[in-house]
Ligand binder design. Sequence first.
Ligand SMILES: [Zn+2]
Length: 298
Amino acid sequence: MNGKRVIGVDLGGTKILAGIVDREGRVEQRREHPTPAESQEALLDGLDVAVEELLDDDVVALGFGIPSPIDQRSGRALQAVNIRLGDDIDFRTRMAERFKLPVGIENDANAAAYAEFRFGAARAVDSMVMLTLGTGCGGGAVIDGKLFRGWAEFGHMVIVHDGLPCQGTCTGRGHLEAYVTGVAATKLAQKEFGPAVDAHRLVRLAAEREPRALEILDGIGRHLGSGIGSLVNIFNPELVVIGGGFAAAGDFVLDPAREILRREALAKAGYRVPIVRAELGTAAGLIGAGLVAFDAVG
Ligand SMILES: [Zn+2]
């Protein structure tokens, strides 16, 4: 099939972003709806409405970015925390039967990584790893031009044995996510400066050269560097991309991460693998969902 347009849906904990996506990554008719939180039925209804209002004869497939590890074999979301989608439903088949179209599903952070690879910060390379630092820590990898379809839950890599407890329903300890997100930064900032100071204010304080703020961000960056070092040693990417809201901390976090990467990565990869910021912002998830839809067409 040589379809030109698909519908991409970025399903988030608070909002559903949907739009028509073409093969060049352009988004038309971007729409936003609140995510129904009452029940799974309400959520599915909300997604149906979001798709229906964009659907026309030119649309050849649907793609969904979902905040959960995905089982591609069974088409299910395995451990969705922020949305009412259980692992009792084959979501991919449900959507394919409802709309009579090919459907691709993918973890939302994987989808965002795919978009940065094709149209954003990593468009000039063949292999990349991305970490998204927001309230949680997600990730994705593209290897030899292909999206890695495993879980790629890089935020749940253990970087400190018996370390800090992880977030949400994760029972793990010492996972990267407990150290490098905006939530982690806010916790550290409030301990140092009091309840009024969040991650954004912390970054502003660092910009004013406040020494304790610089120290906190440096510590976060070093933990991030440990995680990136492991990812580089596993995937040997050409580029590491950092996205999500907390990427706004920029070089206050990325410089110490680069320093640790030089120490941890094999074969001096830390000297040749750049760590850069994502370019597509909040559109990455939607565009990536569109790419996943095109992949479903084959
Ligand atoms: Zn975890």
